[in-house]
Design a binder for this molecule. Structure first.
Ligand code: FES
Length: 177
């Protein structure tokens, strides 16, 4: 019967130390998995509670006072920020949306030619916004405009008035001067 020499036998406690390490490792891994899954669940819950929502800027903006605009002027003051022209006629103030009714480019106001011209495909619109050349199928749109209690001009980009539907006669589409 062979016996393990004293020098090759495991030292007392060595095996236990190895087992303890393994036990520690699995214990640690178990806890890490457990805590990780709780963390992931918590993140998912927080994401659910705070969904990614796009907060759009208000469609309403102040456009100064009536006297900021000269009779006959098409003001480009709000074209960059709001895509809106403010136009003052003899008896009205109107807000025209600076969006081409063909494919949505931003037309330019050509004061010398007294027309709006779209740089994309060449549509032209009269000073009133009526399409008269190029592929644009209909006039430019007008926006709701009114005065507030302190005589500030308020333009509401969410409310549109279409010529082809006879909406330019709607009193909400202009300010009477
Ligand atoms: S987008 Fe203005 S003409 Fe085409």
């Amino acid at each position: 019967m062979s016996t393990i020499p004293e020098s090759q036998s495991l030292k007392p406690g060595a095996n236990e130390a190895n087992l303890w390490t393994r036990r520690e490792f699995f214990g640690f891994a178990g806890w890490a998995t457990f805590l990780g899954s709780i963390g992931m669940g918590l993140l998912a819950f927080l994401r659910f509670m705070f969904p990614r929502v796009l907060f759009e800027p208000s469609p309403l903006f102040k456009a100064g006072k009536v006297n900021d605009y000269k009779v006959g002027e098409v003001s480009e003051r709000f074209k960059e920020d709001q895509r809106v022209w403010i136009e003052r006629t003899d008896d009205k103030l109107i807000a025209i949306q600076a969006i081409c009714t063909h494919l949505g480019c931003t037309p330019r106001w050509l004061a010398l030619e007294s027309k709006f011209k779209c740089p994309c495909h060449g549509s032209g619109f009269t000073k009133d916004g009526i399409n008269f050349e190029g592929p644009a199928p209909r006039p430019l749109e007008r926006l709701a405009i009114r005065l507030d209690d302190e005589a500030n001009i308020l333009v509401d980009r969410s409310k549109k008035f279409l010529y082809e539907k006879g909406q330019w006669e709607d009193p909400d589409s202009f300010i009477t001067l």
